[in-house]
Each structure stands twice: as structure tokens, then as C-alpha cells.
Design a protein around this ligand. Structure first.
Ligand code: SF4
Length: 55
């Protein structure tokens, strides 16, 4: 199961910089996780200022 980014996302980009496999990119108004690339490491979770990233 890949991590997910909810609508709480304010598109700050903090998570994208933290992802070791570059699975996070800017989508339409929020960031999105590429489920095929995500290795479920959890590095992005703590970086999000709004708590938008969940397992
Ligand atoms: Fe990237 Fe790890 Fe977050 Fe998956 S859990 S999107 S691999 S930082």
C-alpha cells in the first residue's frame, strides 16, 4: 500500500523533497504519490505541515 495525500494538502512541496524515490509530484492543486514508485518508507509523513499524508 502506497502512502496517500489528502485534500488537506496545501501544495507546499515539503514531502516531495523528502521522498527518496521521487514518488511525489505536483498534481492539480495538490501533490500526489505515484503508488507504483512508493516504497512505503514514511519519510514524507513527518514533513507535511498539515498532516495530509497517510498510510
Ligand atoms: Fe516517497 Fe516514502 Fe512517502 Fe512513499 S512513503 S511517497 S517512498 S517518502
Amino acid at each position: 500500500m502506497a502512502h496517500k495525500i489528502s485534500d488537506e494538502c496545501v501544495a507546499c512541496g515539503a514531502c516531495a523533497a523528502a521522498c527518496p524515490v521521487n514518488a511525489i509530484s505536483e498534481g492539480d492543486g495538490k501533490y500526489v504519490v505515484d503508488a507504483d514508485a512508493c516504497i512505503d518508507c514514511g519519510a514524507c509523513e513527518g514533513e507535511c505541515p498539515t498532516g495530509a499524508i497517510t498510510e
